[in-house]
Design a protein around this ligand. Structure first.
Ligand code: SF4
Length: 339
């Protein structure tokens, strides 16, 4: 039996104050990953601060600069099916709907999606060492069964991947994360929000203690014509990505004017390569050029045995998704299931 205190925050300031009153406090939004972590004894909060009733977190609104603000407490499903998101950010809608199950998407919040923890099997097994769970204890995945693990940005300490689909699209869209904490408000570029493991794999992101995600800003440019999200996984639904790719392009005829390629399932954070994107700008949107870009993205990729296949899989996925983005109607069935 885990006893805990439940407190409901009335606004963001109240939430930030409440979270500081007990050392082992956690914010509660959808709770979907929190319950997993709690059941496996990875976390044991003594106090939950419920942020589900804070109006500011539950809105979605247009910004004066043409972008859109997503409340951190807005649900994943409501976001994916919102007309503004479907029409202005279809890549984001597709990516969200490729994730989890309908039931989980109905509960999970946007802020929580950014904060979900790795699905490394060793991380969820308190009987074995894990540097992410117990710093300095070791990483059994490196020499163990590592089929789902990272091929890019790994460290001696950890080879886990970040499991989100939504965040891969947010990385491609250059979203911004608005946070508030004891020291005030700040905005974090999406590329800087999640961390590589380095020598602190216990830290998944750059949030400071007690900071709360308030909202996520989407820039005006939503790439509504040429986009695609491809998720390759062991099951067709309710499975995490082995490799996923979000591609967003702006074309002038056959020539690429702007392009973003973000990969999921391959690293401790959504993965982009400026070198590869710069290479593609001004080139034809051809399989050959996507293949060269894939080689640039994956030039430092390294497998750990069971996951070696991901390197080839990622290359094929980058090429295929680039071509699918030329005609979004070719997206795989199931990428956007009916409600
Ligand atoms: Fe832990 Fe990371 Fe190693 Fe998995 S890969 S066992 S999360 S240290």
């Amino acid at each position: 039996m885990n006893n805990f205190e439940y407190r409901r925050a009335s606004d963001t300031k109240d939430a930030i104050n409440l979270i500081h009153q007990q050392e082992k406090s956690k914010f509660l939004a959808g709770g979907t990953n929190l319950i997993d972590l709690w059941k496996y004894n990875i976390t044991n909060p003594t106090s939950l601060v419920d942020i589900n009733h804070i109006a500011e977190l539950s809105e979605i609104k247009a910004l004066p600069d043409g972008g859109v603000r997503l409340g951190a407490g807005f649900k994943n499903a409501d976001t994916a099916y919102h007309p503004i998101i479907e029409q202005q950010y279809p890549l984001l809608s597709k990516a969200i709907l490729a994730g989890a199950s309908a039931q989980i998407r109905n509960m999970a919040s946007n802020g929580g999606n950014l904060l979900q923890r790795t699905r490394c099997y060793y991380f969820y097994d308190p009987e074995v060492p894990c540097n992410k769970r117990v710093p300095g204890s070791g990483c059994p995945a490196k020499l163990g069964y590592n089929r789902i693990h990272a091929i890019l940005g790994t460290s001696e300490q950890c080879i886990a991947v970040f499991p989100s689909d939504m965040c891969i699209a947010l990385a491609a869209l250059d979203a911004l994360v608005n946070v508030e904490g004891p020291e005030g408000k700040r905005t974090i570029n999406f590329a800087d929000f999640h961390r590589l493991p380095d020598d602190r794999p216990d830290l998944d992101n750059t949030l400071k203690p007690g900071e709360l995600i308030i909202s996520i800003d989407l820039p005006e440019k939503g790439f509504t014509t040429n986009y695609s999200y491809l998720k390759l996984r062991d099951r067709h639904s309710y499975a995490f990505a082995l490799v996923s790719v979000a591609t967003a392009m702006e074309l002038d005829g056959d020539t690429i004017k702007d392009i973003r390629i973000a990969l999921g399932g391959v690293a401790h954070k959504p993965w982009r390569s400026k070198e590869a994107e710069d290479f593609l700008i001004g080139k034809n949107a051809s399989a050959e050029n996507f293949s060269t870009a894939a080689d640039l993205i994956l030039k430092d990729a390294k497998g750990f045995g069971h996951n070696d296949f991901k390197i080839k899989l990622a290359k094929k996925a980058i090429i295929r998704n680039g071509l699918m983005a030329l005609n979004p109607d070719t997206q795989l069935p199931g990428a956007k299931p009916s409600a």
